[in-house]
Each structure stands twice: as C-alpha cells, then as structure tokens.
Design a protein around this ligand. Structure first.
Ligand SMILES: [Fe+2]
Length: 156
C-alpha cells in the first residue's frame, strides 16, 4: 500500500483537521474465533461534514491486515459512519507468533490450551478533499478451541 495515508500525530493534541478525519473505531477489546461482533467506525472525533462538495467517500475496516469490508458513502449519506460485522477465524490465531496465555498474558503456558492473538482493527477513510486517514485499535482474539481437562498451571 502506498503510504500517503494521514494518521494522528499527537493523540493528546489533535489538530482541527485531524479531529474531523481520524476514524473512531468502537468495537470489542476481545473476541472469540467463530463469533460475530459489531464494529462501528465513525469519522472523526468531531463529526465530518457530508456536503455536496466535501464528504467522506468510503470507510474500510481491516482485522489483522485482512479486509473486512468497505462501506461506500458520499454526499447524500446522512452520517460519516459505518457498521461492520466481524467474524474472526480460528486460523488467525495459529497464523501468528504472538500467542499468549489468556491468564498470564504473555507466551503460551502450554497447559491451559487457551490461546489468543493480540492484533488490531484498522480503519481507513477517504475524504474527497483531505485524502486518506487511518487509525487502529488493539483487539485480542481468543481461540474457541480448548484442550479438555487442562487448566492453566502457572502460579503467580
Ligand atoms: Fe474532509
């Protein structure tokens, strides 16, 4: 992807343009593989206008760099926001090296069999005047597969 995408530079001190364009992602902080979850993306911290000559063209949502979908908007759309249904797949957990024990938070403990991956949602929106804007939000995806009869054996 060419990197002409704008991001929030200082989250404690957003500029007026950033406030109107940064995608705001509202979604779960934890999901279980196979479940379906609703994720809402709105533009931005202060709502972006939807007018004839200045509007949000579309909003894309990704999970772990896999595209979930695109909502096409335009000057006639009422609000600069989109809602997506996300169903994380089990493969997401096996596919990455960042497996963590649910209880310990770091590394696989090897016994409880509950694994997860910490990844992120990424939203990109396109303003017809101000270009592309991106933000992300961390999310943990839990495996739905547990090894029966095993419990986490880590002691604090
Ligand atoms: Fe704009």
């Amino acid at each position: 992807m060419t990197d002409n995408i704008n991001r929030l530079k200082d989250k404690d001190n957003p500029t007026e343009t950033e406030k109107k364009h940064i995608p705001v992602i509202e979604g779960p902080s934890m999901m279980t593989a196979g479940g379906t979850y609703e994720v809402k993306v709105s533009v931005g911290i202060e709502p972006h206008v939807m007018e004839e000559d200045h509007y949000i063209e579309w909003i894309d949502l990704y999970l772990a760099d896999q595209k979930i979908g695109r909502m096409d908007l335009g000057p006639s759309a009422e609000k600069a926001e989109a809602t997506f249904n996300v169903t994380p797949q089990e493969e997401l957990i096996g596919a990455t090296e960042f497996q963590v024990c649910h209880i310990r938070g770091v590394n696989v403990c090897g016994d409880c069999g509950l694994t997860s991956v910490i990844t992120d949602f990424k939203a990109i929106e396109s303003c017809n005047v101000h270009g592309l804007w991106e933000s992300s939000m961390e999310v943990e995806v839990m495996s739905s597969k547990q090894k029966p009869g095993k419990k986490c054996s880590w002691k604090a």
